[in-house]
Ligand binder design. Structure first.
Ligand SMILES: *[C@@H]1O[C@H](CO)[C@@H](O)[C@H](O)[C@H]1NC(C)=O
Ligand SMILES: *[C@@H]1O[C@H](CO)[C@@H](O)[C@H](O)[C@H]1NC(C)=O
Ligand SMILES: *[C@@H]1O[C@H](CO)[C@@H](O)[C@H](O)[C@H]1NC(C)=O
Ligand SMILES: *[C@@H]1O[C@H](CO)[C@@H](O)[C@H](O)[C@H]1NC(C)=O
Ligand SMILES: *[C@@H]1O[C@H](CO)[C@@H](O)[C@H](O)[C@H]1NC(C)=O
Ligand SMILES: *[C@@H]1O[C@H](CO)[C@@H](O)[C@H](O)[C@H]1NC(C)=O
Length: 272
């Protein structure tokens, strides 16, 4: 998982190659899929109503979250059934991360926001979880995290309890903070990092040691202000120290998002 906002306009999802509605075997199905509702920014995917169909989370006007529930039975396939409007709060939604943050089997939504008048400035992000109840979201049923984030938080299950936790650098301390889901969200711990996190981050939760347990991959900044990549091996659910630090290769000029794939016979050490 990384930064979630994709900024893809729905209408260009399917066919942006030609003005013609039919091109070879490609067909513009936007109207079948969305009807007349094909506008907004796709922010996330997830099964919100637990019907085993993937629903879409779409931001409109910067401050409205719409959940398009999938309906196999008819056209259009997606209907904008659930709406959460933050209009009255004068904020812009910067990221949407669906997940069951309290473990009640109902999907909740974590939103990060910034004040509307601070767009394009360097302000910390506010993170608020809106609690899913009976397949709806209510603007009053929410928990605002006490800390603000300097970068989009990473959502991972740190403690292996199958409930997502929130990891990120806050405005309140240099070390990344982990806020555990499942309780009252006031139980936290910090990760004992020695280096500053690189912003924007490209952290990941992925098995890098081939032991079938996800490890932590962090992009950090070394003492010499060089970008580096740290692996924190998951040892029985504990992340006590970085087990491998790889410096950015010397000739690399720009560091963007890290991508992970099974490159075959090379292990991670052999790769860089
Ligand atoms: C695809 O269909 C949608 C909805 O009918 C339309 O708005 C869009 O312009 C079409 N795109 C192309 C490339 O034809
Ligand atoms: C949620 O739905 C259940 C079953 O339909 C109902 O019993 C319950 O009262 C509802 N809860 C709320 C808060 O609407
Ligand atoms: C939150 O939960 C923890 C652990 O269950 C508990 O120790 C703490 O007192 C709770 N805090 C509040 C403010 O309820
Ligand atoms: C935020 O801080 C207040 C006061 O310390 C505390 O009562 C509350 O439980 C905290 N909330 C979260 C989500 O940490
Ligand atoms: C992980 O940390 C816990 C609590 O500090 C400790 O009890 C446990 O032995 C540690 N596990 C491993 C595999 O190091
Ligand atoms: C990983 O690859 C490097 C270079 O090919 C090799 O030296 C090393 O032994 C390999 N490590 C493991 C654990 O296979």
């Amino acid at each position: 998982m990384g930064v979630w906002e994709l900024s893809v306009y729905v209408s260009v999802l399917l066919l942006a190659l030609s003005g013609s509605p039919v091109l070879g075997s490609l067909r513009n199905v936007t109207a079948d899929v969305f009807g007349s509702e094909s506008y907004g920014k796709v922010a996330a995917f997830g099964d919100f109503n637990a019907d085993k169909q993937t629903d879409m989370f779409i931001i409109r006007s910067g401050n409205e979250l719409w959940i398009f529930l999938a309906d196999l039975k008819g056209t259009p396939y997606f209907h904008p059934n659930v709406k959460l409007s933050l209009k009255s709060e004068d904020v812009v939604i910067t990221s949407v991360v669906p997940g069951d943050y309290d473990g009640d089997s109902q999907m909740d939504v974590l939103l990060t926001t910034i004040p509307k008048d601070k767009v394009n400035t360097d302000v910390p992000l506010t993170a608020v979880i809106y609690w899913g109840l009976n397949q709806t979201l209510n603007v009053n049923s929410k928990t605002r995290l006490n800390n603000t984030y300097l970068d989009e938080p990473l959502i991972i299950d740190f403690n292996g309890d199958l409930i997502p936790d929130i990891f990120g650098v806050t405005g309140e301390g240099a070390k990344p903070l982990i806020t555990y889901g499942g309780g009252n969200l006031s139980v936290t711990t910090t990760l004992n990092t020695k280096n500053k996190m690189f912003i924007p981050h490209s952290h990941a939760f992925v098995d890098l040691t081939t032991d079938f347990t996800a490890d932590l991959f962090l992009t950090t900044v070394s003492g010499a202000s060089e970008i580096q990549f740290e692996t924190w091996e998951n040892k029985g659910g504990n992340f006590t120290e970085s087990t491998l630090i790889i410096q950015k290769p010397k000739d690399v000029k720009i560091v963007g998002q890290s991508v992970f794939a099974d490159f075959g016979i090379l292990n991670f050490t052999g790769w860089l």
